[in-house]
Design a protein around this ligand. Structure first.
Ligand SMILES: Cc1cc2nc3c(=O)[nH]c(=O)nc-3n(C[C@H](O)[C@H](O)[C@H](O)COP(=O)(O)O)c2cc1C
Length: 217
């Protein structure tokens, strides 16, 4: 596949076929993650592949209270999924069927091996993630190339201690995302809904839009 097509059509997949993901395909997408840039090449990212039905159910049970709280807030204090936009309704179906996704891939990181350079600024530190999430994006794009749907989620990070216990994750390793992976039930979109380049890129000074000619909309 053309890289631009991969990038532009890699949506968050909410509906999965039950077909298993072959081991060699999973190995290829995990392998691609290794080649992402990371500070000092210290390679902090680790993965735990979860296929076991009971473990996936346990993960769904940990996920749902956070998802339901989110939906409750989004729908005005009660769970009223029907009044929400389609994307939220699809995400709600996804949440309730999380255990049916063929693979839940727990993304972990050894935080001793990340190098935050913004932790003394008195605001949320995010630079450490720059050694982690490029690997995740490599993996997600590789899924798309393989015809696999995927979804990056972070709600389960709230429950890091319980997840570490469930998956025997060592003390010095943190939980940084959960990826749903499987063959999609629906076709991939041709284009995702994103802001135009002129809204997000500036020329020389922040606020002066970068003139765009091509496919920047
Ligand atoms: C940092 C991050 C955290 C996310 N966490 C969740 C999550 O916990 N649950 C969920 O259903 N989707 C989650 N998503 C998926 C987003 O909702 C999705 O990427 C966004 O709506 C865009 O969807 P699209 O790529 O299909 O256009 C997360 C995405 C990111 C980047």
């Amino acid at each position: 596949m053309d890289l631009q097509d991969v990038i532009r059509s890699n949506n968050t997949c909410r509906y999965y076929r039950p077909d298993p993901v072959p081991d060699e395909v999973l190995e290829r997408v995990i392998s691609a993650a290794r080649f992402a840039p990371n500070g000092g090449n210290r390679q902090p990212v680790r993965f735990v592949v979860v296929r076991d039905a009971a473990t996936k159910e346990a993960l769904r049970d940990l996920y749902l209270p956070y998802w339901n709280a989110y939906i409750k807030a989004a729908s005005g204090g009660e769970i009223r999924v029907g009044i929400l936009p389609k994307a939220a309704r699809d995400a709600d179906t996804f949440a309730n069927h999380l255990h049916e996704v063929p693979v839940l891939l727990m993304v972990c990181a050894r935080l001793e091996d990340v190098h935050p350079t913004d932790h003394e600024l008195g605001r949320l530190s995010v630079v450490g993630g720059a050694s982690i999430y490029p690997a995740v994006q490599n993996l997600l794009l590789s899924c798309r190339e393989e015809g696999l749907g995927s979804a990056l989620t972070t709600l389960l990070c709230h429950e890091e201690p319980k997840i570490k216990e469930l998956l025997a994750i060592p003390e010095d390793i943190s939980v940084v995302a959960t990826l749903a992976i499987g063959y999609p039930e629906k076709p991939f979109p041709t284009r995702l809904s994103r802001r135009p380049v002129s809204e997000i890129a500036f020329l020389e000074r922040y606020g002066d839009p970068l003139p765009t000619r091509g496919d920047g909309s």
